[in-house]
Design a protein around this ligand. Structure first.
Ligand SMILES: [Zn+2]
Length: 479
């Protein structure tokens, strides 16, 4: 790549692809498994690598071993607020017994880089660093110092931040950075994980771009029964009451289509078979029922999804259209012949945009019913709001366009993640965050089967596609 940023598409040479692959392999070999994290090793590695390109960076370690890195290259300031390239350095654990290759070996075999983090999300870390390298090299080629001078052609600053602890909530990483150094991350928008990765369905390559993510509420439900002797069973057995409550909580609640999902389904329909399109239309609430608007039966929706999708996708889509309740802990009893007088249940609720804690609690009450509700006390242990980034802002339409420009068969869609990422921390300082870590997967590579799974891997071809897409998104937004 030569010349000014934004002057035409920059292809990817074999040498640069090799550089990207070697960077990813090196990152996989750094065991930043959370817990405990030890992200500081990866942060220091990247600090040196960026320094070699002439880019100074700041590494913080607010808790022992929990390192995050922030670096910035400058534009001329005429284009508005910066663009933030966000990522996380930690990975979830991997049990080698289930793997074909060492999960921390970074093997390059059969056209794949294998290892924990290959998808989530060291490939994106590597692509972001490669974008920073390109920017620094453009400056040096123009005789400028990337540490202090504007990058030629760049009108906004570009910030790179790769943080600790995302896999455990980001409290030792992005949360700390947002609290302590919000000015480091203040940006017009951020590109992050969990989007821009192709998902084949019915022969079409959809590219979901994350624009929103669900919130969460953790409750502890205290069930009140009456202690007694096991020889005379009573209806006040707290374990039995808890079981009844759990059964009711496990039933799916009403469907609600949030904006990104409604837009997504409407956009997807023209690309689907008539049968699939008809079934999807059946998921939509009908405004013209004889007794006013009607929503489809929850059980009918589950059946439709099972019919249209493989089980993993069906569960994922279901989570995108429901406030979900997952029972994590049930505890009761002290001895086999003592009727338990108390029990408790801990539940993990994931809330759609528009559902706050009070609304979630009401929904639980509706499911549990008044009679059982009277037997419990409910305690909210944790709450995190959902987040949404605008579809009509300057960044989102550009991301869709870049994907279409690089893949004529691409159908980009907005997407609501059923899980939380570091976007929730950036939302607190008003930075809209988009899941855009572009990869084009082969038809048989299911993303959902790779993330956090055994044999996590990313193909060389996916990376060959990804870096130029990310580069174009950055250079078009910032040039
Ligand atoms: Zn991740």
């Amino acid at each position: 790549m030569t010349g000014e940023v934004g002057t035409g598409e920059a292809g990817l040479s074999e040498a640069e692809l090799s550089e990207l692959i070697e960077l990813l392999r090196a990152l996989i070999r750094i065991r930043s498994v959370n817990p405990p994290g030890d992200e500081i090793i990866a942060a220091r590695y990247l600090e040196q690598l960026l320094a070699d390109e002439g880019i100074p960076s700041t590494v913080v370690e607010p808790f022992p071993g929990r390192g995050s890195i922030v670096a910035r290259v400058r534009g001329d300031g005429t284009g508005g607020d910066p663009l933030l390239l966000l990522s996380h350095l930690d990975v979830v654990p991997a049990e080698p017994a289930g793997w074909t290759h060492d999960p921390f070996g970074g093997d390059l075999v059969d056209g794949y880089v294998w290892g924990r983090g290959a998808i989530d999300m060291k490939s994106m870390v590597a692509m972001e660093v490669q974008v920073m390298r390109r920017l620094a090299r453009a400056a040096r080629e123009a005789g400028r110092d990337p540490a202090s001078d504007p990058i030629p052609g760049l009108r906004r600053d570009v910030i790179f931040c790769s943080s600790a602890d995302e896999e455990a909530g980001g409290w030792h990483g992005a949360d700390w950075l947002v609290n302590e150094h919000p000015d480091w991350l203040q940006a017009a928008g951020a590109l992050n994980e969990a989007g821009g990765i192709s998902t084949a369905y019915g022969g079409v390559r959809f590219y979901p771009i994350q624009v929103a993510e669900k919130g969460f509420v953790v409750y502890k439900i205290h069930v009140k029964g009456r202690w007694g002797h096991g020889s005379v069973p009573t209806p006040d057995n707290a374990a039995v009451l808890a079981a009844q409550i759990v059964t009711r909580l496990a039933e799916p609640g009403p469907v609600r289509l949030t904006e990104p999902i409604a837009v997504s389904l409407a956009r997807a329909i023209p690309h689907l078979t008539a049968r699939a399109a008809g079934a999807i239309r059946g998921l939509m609430p009908r405004p013209d029922g004889p007794n006013g608007p009607t929503a489809p039966e929850p059980s009918a929706i589950e059946a439709t999804l099972r019919d249209l999708c493989d089980p993993v996708l069906a569960r994922t889509v279901s989570a995108m259209i429901h406030d979900t309740v997952s029972v994590g802990i049930i505890a009761a009893g002290v001895k086999y012949n003592v009727i338990p007088g108390t029990a408790y249940i801990e539940i993990d609720c994931r809330t759609l945009p528009g559902t706050d804690e009070a609304a979630m609690r009401e929904e639980l009450r509706r499911r549990i019913g008044e009679e059982l509700w009277a037997r419990l006390e409910i305690e909210c242990e944790q709450v995190g709001p959902s987040v949404s980034a605008p579809l009509d802002g300057p960044l989102y339409p550009l991301l869709e366009q870049v994907l279409r420009d690089h893949d004529a068969g691409a159908v980009p869609l907005p997407f609501l993640a059923p899980f939380a990422t570091d976007a929730k921390h950036l939302a607190r300082i008003g930075v809209p965050t988009y899941g855009f870590s572009p990869l084009r997967l082969a038809r048989d590579e299911g993303l959902l089967n790779l993330m956090h799974a055994d044999d996590e891997r990313v193909s060389v071809e996916a990376l060959r596609f990804g870096l130029p897409v990310l580069w174009d998104a950055v250079s078009r937004f910032c040039a």
